[in-house]
Design a protein around this ligand. Sequence first.
Ligand SMILES: Cc1ncc(COP(=O)(O)O)c(C=O)c1O
Length: 475
Amino acid sequence: MPALPILFAAESQPDLPLHEQLTRTLRRAILAGHLPLDSRLPATRVLAQDLQISRSTVELAFSRLEAEGYLRRQVGVGSFVAIAAQPKKPRPRKTAAGLSQRGQLIVEAGACRDAALPFAAFTAGQPDPAAFPRELWGKMTQQRWKKDGERLMRYGDSQGLPELREAIAGYLAQSRGVVCDAAQILVLTSSQQALQLIAQLLIDPNDTVWLEEPGYLGARNAMLSAGAKVIPVPVDDEGMNTDISRDLSAPKLIYTTPSHQYPLGVTMSLPRRMALLEQANQHNTWIIEDDYDSEFSYDQRPLPALQGLDQHGRVIYVGTFSKVLFPSLRIAYVVLPPDLMKPFVNARAAFDGHTPQLAQAVTADFMHQGHFAAHIRQMRLLYRSRRDLLLACLQPLSQLIQPVNVNGGLQFAVEIAQHKEATWTAAGLAKGLALRPLSQFYFDDVKKTGWLLGYASLSNTQISAAVNTLKECIR
Ligand SMILES: Cc1ncc(COP(=O)(O)O)c(C=O)c1O
């Protein structure tokens, strides 16, 4: 690779602070593959000397890249590249581990894990386990096991337990305006599995995929792992905006989170929904509608799902129980256009058979007996009160931190000044706050800086304490 001092000098942008310039240089070097996965970076002291800048500047850049997930740092050992370059084109590669090209792409694309501080304050996307009716769940599990244990111990249907598919179809029709029956539902372990399955079955290397920008890393990684050419499509106040001047090459697949855009929280407007469906129809392409947390809409009823508006069978609807029940349950589902069901069930059988039967059965009972709807109602109230408290606590900081699109979900995005994101993120991390930088969700140029702040799993006391800690970090 070109030496770091040369890259740093070549990419100099004097209007930006030095740590920001260095962060960008390193980020680009990593994304371009000049700094491969697991390679060690020079020590901060050495790099500071080489670049003739202060060590604290290098420290800031490294901390920011660590917070964004580009670097992995270990005290006394060093700083290592934690993500792989974005593959421009799948090409033959020799790997030390002897992986196939496909395997290499999957590994390079990486997983979507909140590696740093998974249980820290402000971790996004976490429902509250303390508010879950564990005793009831335990009792229902025992009842099912006693009544039906032998059947549930055998191999099950790869498409999913029929009673769960019935329950999901009923719920989706009633609450989300999804038009489907149980035969169109495939039960999986996670939305992530759904995205991988869709990518592996529908995408050939170099096929174009449109993805929201900023967007969900789990979707981006799944598409990259299938060798897709990802085109980031900007999100504005009405959601994903495909009507932009630059030419977008025709997609094979479009990924979107219309109910509650991840991470910005925008709801896609009805005209945009109609336009997107029309484009999908024109291009003969699939739309993945990832409806991961629309149950938690606090100030207005959520718009019905895109899938229900679709006249041409182009939408693949993805739903999950990770947010609405609990993430380690590992049950999610896709609603598939009828032609896709058989190949998807076969592929699912080929990969891992099926989702554990007992968990599916208990989830079905939980839904059929009305506990699911009651739990959603209770959590909606609880999380809304936590959202309100967090907003109130942040109010005195409104000059520095501006919440955006706070209408629903388990988290909301806040904007902060661009030159503060790295320093404040690093300061927060040092004090145990999981401040997830918005810049991390961009594929191209970063347009908004700030954080995604999770609040749903924090008690009132924890929310106040976390904001007090945040105040110390941004002083
Ligand atoms: C946009 C989006 N989709 C889906 C999920 C849920 O994923 P899973 O079902 O794999 O737990 C998340 C979780 O954070 C998410 O943010």
